[in-house]
Design a binder for this molecule. Structure first.
Ligand SMILES: *Cc1c(COP(=O)(O)O)cnc(C)c1O
Length: 413
């Protein structure tokens, strides 16, 4: 069952009306469905052997309630910063279920991760390998690591979210990985544990994943010849979701060929899905402030903006926008824009909707890379976040106040 459905014409999150949510928490407001998150997570768990670990990519949605729901379900976490590490520790996640990705890990973040004994550092360069060895040595520890190998496959997605090509900043070059593994194995404060890759985001085709895996397996066999035995393989995230009319692979269609290729190898499987777990589990609820007709275009100015949902302005992403209560009147064609002083501040172009001022709209599929990318541009407080669980709605982050906006600032003496 879809978590966002209409009952008597009114869009609901599970059993709660979005009209009621807007009245209680105001707009703009992010609304998440607990059930939708759990269902998306279970789809992965169902296909995987017990030894596997699904590490939610925290950068997709780092609200504590989201992390907590996933942690309780048995998820691990893929983090990219000290802040994300502190978030997952704050919800009591098991450090042995945390992997640490990212090209720019700071010394402080490495130290904290080592002190807590995380599962693995996904190392992305020779320089990082050196730093990790030094930091671990200073703490009298041995750091478990995996090399993020760049398999140089074309994930056929938006260039800003494609990460597995040679020209990307991510990972170590395929041709250099073998030598780097030998180097890692020789360093005293490191222990080689696995290999990982992450080739891009919003992938709608399973082929690039198997292509990448084939390359990784070839490397793993070469490492075996070198006397380096890996214990795990981390295939990253990247599985796409439906925003519009995309044909999206099922989790099974994505995983089956990968698991078949891995059969007979004693490698623990790790995955790092982000978008697929939370993208369709959230909407951005907004209200129409003004309707403004011009000679060429009709603008519906809503109270959410690019500072809330950056994806349309940033990537030209398309999000479905639907009325919370459907009107009988004829639809017009609207530019759905926010109040920010930028022409790039839009949520949707040329949408067919019947609108009146005060109407509530839901921007769908906004659970991933939504609130986490929001800013205070134009001194707009960040919106509230609400999680619905059956008949209950919980405020999981209150709307920012003016005091929040100026916290830490001061005038000259
Ligand atoms: C962003 C990212 C992910 C998650 O990507 P999705 O497309 O949201 O699944 C996983 N691993 C790494 C290293 C990432 O940078």
């Amino acid at each position: 069952m879809n978590a966002f459905q209409r009952f008597e014409g009114v869009l609901h999150a599970e059993a709660v009306s979005l009209i009621d949510l807007a009245a209680e928490f105001g707009t703009p407001c992010w609304v998440y469905s607990r059930q939708a998150i759990e269902k998306a997570f279970d789809e992965f768990q169902r296909e995987l052997p017990d030894s596997a670990l699904v590490c939610f990519a925290v950068k997709a949605n780092s609200n504590l309630a989201v992390l907590d729901v996933l942690a309780r379900r048995g998820a691990g976490f893929d983090i990219v910063s000290e802040g994300e590490l502190r978030r997952v520790l704050a919800v009591g996640a098991d450090p042995r279920r945390i992997v640490f990705s990212g090209v720019g890990k700071s010394v402080a973040a490495m130290e904290l991760a080592l002190q807590h004994g995380i599962l693995c550092f996904n190392v992305e360069s020779a320089a990082e390998l050196e730093r990790l060895n030094v930091v671990a040595g200073r703490l009298g520890q041995v750091a478990p690591l995996s090399l993020r190998v760049n398999p140089d496959v074309d994930a056929r997605t938006h260039p800003y979210i494609s990460t597995g090509l040679k020209e990307n900043k991510f990972g170590v070059a395929y041709a250099e990985a073998r030598a780097l593994y030998r180097q890692a194995a020789a360093l005293p404060h490191l222990v080689v544990d696995g290999i990982d890759c992450h080739i891009g985001s919003q992938l709608l085709d399973a082929a690039p994943f198997t292509e990448a895996l084939d390359k990784l397996l070839r490397l793993i066999d070469q490492l075996t010849d070198d006397g380096i035995e890996l214990r795990h393989i981390d295939l990253g995230g990247g599985l796409g979701i439906r925003y519009h009319d995309e044909q999206v692979p099922t989790v099974e269609a994505y995983l089956r060929p990968l698991l078949d290729k891995l059969a007979g190898r004693r490698l623990r499987v790790l995955l790092e899905p982000g978008r697929r777990l939370v993208g369709n589990a959230g909407v951005l609820l907004t209200q129409v402030e003004y309707l403004k007709a011009s000679e060429i275009k009709n603008f519906a100015i809503v109270d959410a903006a690019m500072n809330d949902l950056a994806r349309p302005a940033l990537y030209g992403s398309w999000h479905q926008i639907v009325p919370v209560l459907t009107r009988r009147e004829d639809a017009g064609t609207w530019e759905i824009v926010g109040p920010i002083c930028e022409s790039g501040d839009f949520l949707g172009h040329q949408r067919q909707l019947a609108l009146a001022p005060g109407d509530l709209l839901a921007v769908l599929s906004a659970g991933a890379y939504g609130m986490v990318m929001s800013s205070n541009y134009n001194s707009r407080p960040r919106a509230a976040e609400v999680m619905v669980d059956g008949r209950q709605a919980h405020l999981v982050r209150r709307r920012e106040s003016f005091d929040d906006l100026i916290r830490g600032e001061q005038c000259l003496p």
